[in-house]
Design a protein around this ligand. Structure first.
Ligand code: HEM
Length: 812
């Protein structure tokens, strides 16, 4: 224990004229719980010694010396360490002197400073080789039948085994999260590249190579817990750092901006996007009246709408999306100096997305698409990795920007403030138990550690309140911070006590501060603890009015929406237009559609025109702008805003490739391509009409991994069609084959047709040439196994998609 003496206050117990050894009173007075001995009594018993120690501790603090420091402190950034005493003996703070009587349950009294263990190891249950028991640990003789009065008789109320089992089951569900209900998570670590001490005293950035355990949960926002992973939506990207100075939660999203500017509007936003209250439709979808009614009346949401209509809202994988802290935060160094900061996570695999038609079909084929992808990647040792970057800037810089850094509908272009890499995060362990970890984890934007602080973003301030408040209901009352996944690794010592489901068994009778009976412990950490950055409320110290309102720069709603749109490739722009068209075509009230298009006129004439055309309406007048004079933006095109800015490592690791097989396949080329793809790290699946085996021309057998019926095209990144006339004929007879092939083509994925299988392309209406006459860059024909160069195909797959083939509406 680090017990530091508090200057003038410390006096060793016993040295202070304690009356411990003076007068005598009745022997039984010691140890009574009411009006104990007026002096400490005979010194020859443990009780007397304990009482003497308590008396000495109390006497050592004749008054609270800290009081003067609490009023108008000379330097509020340097609060004093709390007054505390060295404990005179190991038992001085004990609740009971009987703590030495250990048992298997109470355990031995350890005299080291103790807290709940943060490590999950002590909570992990391994039932291997164990018999079933009740919750009271009673072995269960039979888990098959309830206890009945005779084999054909009634069930007995006496059956405590049955009743315990059913009662527990009855209460297995807890409320799902109000938002972000659907999610998946994994454990891993964060590793700092170098010390960031000039910028922050945050312990996770203390030294090069320092590793901090993390738990990361990805989620959708609008859908319920059982909804499909591939809904068009923002993705949550929440990281809990279990640092040695407590938990830091960076609760971000996969988009750098948000719909609203002030927390006051969050319930309205969520009410608008969730299923409509009268009929609970639609599930996990923003394509409905109330969402578009709300956002079209809230022009500050326009920038975020552009992101949500882009392919960012339908990621290929959690492993392939960026994360953003969204708000401006503060980094604070040990000198108390602050720098503003935005946080960015960049995936090593690059940023890749689905296309909308694919996302819709995956929702039916595999609603767990992202959950499965993350789980399987980690199980197979392909640990996803992100680089953490920061945009660090001064308050003076912030003053000069054309936008307000406290406005969460604005980003800071990387061209204006570059992103500086500061570390990496690797997810290398799946949870043991989804409920215990992923469901019960409680992230909270108020969880910061010394060195990380808040800005005055009014959206962030509402969040600081919201998370713990909602979790009190979701997780059944106080003390959910003690649930193993939420417990910090750093020890917890405070005077909070009791409440539902309390786990910590606090030792001693002191649960208040200041105290003398506990030697002043636990004492305030002073400047060693978290010190809020003392930002002046008004820089010139002019009087501050209570006000409901926003700064003027917040009123500019369109510049960055335009910046985003203009920074996209033509294909990305086309997908944004398609997104708006799809969503607004689901809106049933024409005036809402029109209102939205009139708003888009302030973003881009081309965008508004294309959306209007898609909806079959005339271009309405532009929506009146809130701000009179739009400040000149510093950056008008930012390449970093395109998904193509992060292509990834160029590999095919974990990409899923389907190889069709049927009786009569030409086995040699199948084996060659399978080996080459697997060697490059791809996941290969042999698909046939039915499970079982198929026999090649050469008489070799291949085991079918999955069927054309249970695994449609959208679950794969690329396709190999086999050679062998008989196999091709067999495949052509299955209607799924052409459907599969058409979707692979439509979704711009790489296709390899070996030998005779080119006839399948003809049947599907797929040409090796694009409508422009150019060769299709994602289609490879190999006349024979000798003509096959697997590397060419691997390079095609690594490009993820071949947008040259993209057309609206689809060609095939
Ligand atoms: C005032 C605005 C906001 C409020 C009031 C709010 C409130 C909430 C609430 C109540 C939850 C459920 C928490 C739980 O049950 O554990 C939640 C989850 C979440 N929120 Fe917010 N939120 C706001 C804005 C944002 C923003 C701007 C972001 C992104 C920067 C964000 C990211 C998340 C994430 C990632 C989760 C899921 C955490 C998890 O995986 O458990 N929220 N939010």
């Amino acid at each position: 224990m680090t017990t530091r003496k508090s200057g003038a206050r410390g006096r060793a117990p016993g040295k202070s004229g304690s009356k411990a050894k003076t007068s005598r009173q009745s022997d039984t007075a010691l140890g009574t719980t009411v009006s104990g001995a007026s002096s400490s009594g005979p010194p020859d018993t443990a009780l007397a010694e304990h009482a003497a120690e308590q008396a000495a501790l109390a006497e050592a603090m004749p008054f609270n010396a800290a009081k003067p420091s609490e009023y108008a402190p000379a330097d509020p950034t340097e609060p004093p360490e709390g007054v505390h005493e060295e404990m005179p003996s190991p038992t001085a703070g004990a609740s009971t002197l009987s703590e030495k009587n250990a048992s298997a349950k109470s355990g031995a009294a350890t005299l080291e400073p103790q807290t709940l263990p943060g490590s999950l190891a002590s909570k992990r249950v391994n039932s291997a080789g164990q018999a079933l028991t009740t919750n009271q640990g009673v072995p269960i003789s039979s888990n098959q039948d309830s206890l009945k009065a005779g084999l054909r008789g009634p069930t007995l109320l006496e059956d405590f085994v049955l009743r315990e089992k059913i009662t527990h089951f009855d209460h297995e569900r807890i409320p799902e999260r109000i938002v972000h209900a659907r999610g998946s998570a994994a454990h891993g670590f964060f590793e700092a590249y170098e010390s960031l001490s000039p910028l922050t005293r945050a312990t996770v950035f203390a030294d090069a190579g320092k590793k901090t355990p993390v738990f990361v949960r990805f989620s959708t926002v609008a859908g319920e817990r059982g909804s499909a992973d591939t809904a068009r939506d923002v993705r949550g990207f929440a990281v809990k750092f279990y640092s040695d100075e407590g938990n830091w939660d960076l609760v971000g999203n996969n988009m750098p901006v948000f719909f609203i500017q002030d927390a006051m509007k969050f319930p309205d936003l969520i009410h608008a996007v969730k299923p409509e209250p009268h009929n609970q439709m639609p599930q996990a979808a923003s394509a409905h009246d109330t969402f578009w009614d709300f956002v079209s009346l809230m022009p500050e949401s326009t920038h975020m709408l552009l992101w949500v209509m882009s392919d960012r809202a339908i990621p290929r994988s959690y492993r392939m999306m960026q994360g953003f802290g969204v708000h401006t935060f503060r980094l604070v160094n040990s000198e108390g100096e602050s720098t503003f900061c935005k946080f960015h996570w960049k995936p090593l695999l690059g940023t890749h997305s689905l296309v909308w038609d694919e996302a819709v079909k995956i929702a039916g084929a595999d609603p767990d698409f992202h959950r499965r992808d993350l789980w399987e990647a980690i199980e197979s040792g392909n640990y996803p990795e992100w680089e953490l970057g920061i945009q660090a800037f001064s308050e003076a810089d912030a003053e000069r920007f054309s936008f307000d850094v406290l406005d969460s509908t604005k980003l800071i272009p990387e061209e204006l403030v570059p992103v500086q890499p500061v570390g990496r995060m690797v997810l290398n362990r799946n949870p043991d138990n989804f409920f215990a970890e992923t469901e019960q984890v409680a992230f909270c934007s108020a969880h910061v550690i010394p060195g990380i602080d808040f800005s005055n973003d009014p959206l962030l301030h509402g969040r600081i309140h919201s998370y713990v408040d909602t979790q009190l209901t979701r997780l059944g009352g106080p003390n959910f911070h003690e649930i193993p996944i939420n417990a910090s690794i750093a020890p917890v010592h405070n005077n909070q006590r009791d409440g539902l489901h309390r786990q910590a068994i606090a030792r001693g009778r002191v649960a208040y501060e200041p105290n003398s009976l506990g030697g002043g412990c636990p004492f305030q950490a002073g400047a060693a603890g978290f010190v809020s950055f003392p930002k002046a409320i008004q820089p010139d110290n002019s009087p501050v009015d209570k006000v409901r309102g926003r700064p003027e720069k917040f009123a500019e709603h369109y510049s960055q929406a335009t910046l985003f749109f203009e920074s996209q490739t033509p294909q990305e722009q086309a997908h944004i237009i398609g997104g708006f068209r799809f969503e607004l075509s689901k809106v049933t009230v024409p005036a809402i559609r029109e209102r939205m298009v009139s708003s888009l006129r302030n973003v881009s004439q081309a965008l508004a025109l294309s959306v209007a055309e898609g909806l079959g309406i005339a271009l309405p007048e532009p929506m009146p702008r809130t701000i009179k004079r739009t400040p000149k933006p510093e950056v008008t095109v930012s390449k970093a805003l395109s998904l193509l800015a992060l292509p990834g490592d160029g590999g095919v690791a974990t990409r899923k490739i389907a190889i069709f097989v049927a009786n009569g396949v030409e086995g040699e080329s199948i084996t060659a391509i399978m080996d080459a793809l697997t060697g490059a790290g791809a996941t290969v699946r042999l698909l046939g009409s039915r499970l079982g085996t198929v026999t090649s021309e050469e008489g070799e057998t291949f085991e079918v991994d999955a069927t054309l019926e249970n695994s449609p095209s959208v679950l794969f990144d690329a396709l190999v069609l086999p050679d062998g006339a008989e196999a091709v004929e067999n495949l052509a007879r299955n209607g799924h084959t052409l459907e599969f092939l058409k979707d692979q083509y439509r979704h711009c994925k790489a296709i390899l047709a070996l030998g005779a299988s080119s006839s399948l392309l003809d049947k599907a209406g797929i040409s090796p040439q694009l409508p422009t006459g150019a060769e299709d860059p994602g289609l490879m024909l190999a006349a024979s196994s000798e003509a096959l160069d697997p590397q060419i195909f691997i390079t095609m797959v690594a490009q993820h998609r071949h947008p040259a083939r993209d057309s609206d509406p689809p060609l095939v």
